[in-house]
Design a protein around this ligand. Structure first.
Ligand code: AMP
Length: 143
């Protein structure tokens, strides 16, 4: 088993502390949501709890409730903003399961009928495009 201690130097820890910028779409007392920089589909958003845990396995159950309440809010807005047919919501735990950033996070991916998501590692998106996409989701959240 790989290390199970939470390391606050992970990139999402830095984003939560404001040390690294992000294209934020939503924030409340418990979570922050921002655009994934390597989106697998337009509107690919990450919802990240403010409480520190590596992933689902060591998370406080109360934090999970707050997290998934926010995932629902973001999923509805991302679906509306991108006129999607559905939304994929997924989450990896430890490297063996595909996790690369070790602060719990949930992927929210607008999906269209017949359109496959891009690969998980297909490169960084244009920041101007991410900024536009974040604005679309924020606008949907405001309705
Ligand atoms: P995973 O740990 O595999 O569930 O996914 C981590 C995700 O974080 C990947 O989809 C990356 O594209 C994304 N990512 C990594 N660094 C950043 C960053 N600085 N801002 C936004 N997303 C990021």
């Amino acid at each position: 088993m790989t290390g199970t201690a939470y390391d606050p130097q992970n990139i999402f820890g830095k984003i939560l502390r404001g040390e690294v910028p992000c294209h934020k779409v939503y924030e409340n007392e418990h979570v922050i949501a921002f655009m994934d920089v390597m989106p697998q589909a337009d509107g690919h958003t990450l919802v990240v709890p403010k409480a520190a845990s590596r992933n689902l396995l060591d998370a406080d159950p109360a934090a999970l409730g707050h997290l998934y309440a926010a995932v629902q809010i973001v999923a509805r807005a991302a679906k509306a903003a991108f006129a999607a047919d559905g939304v994929a919501v997924y989450q990896y735990n430890e490297a063996a399961a595909g996790q690369t950033v070790f602060h719990l996070h949930v992927h929210v991916l607008p999906r269209h009928e017949g359109v496959s998501p891009r690969r998980h590692v297909d490169g960084m998106a244009d920041p101007a495009v991410l900024a536009q996409h974040a604005e679309r989701i924020r606008a949907a959240l405001a309705h």
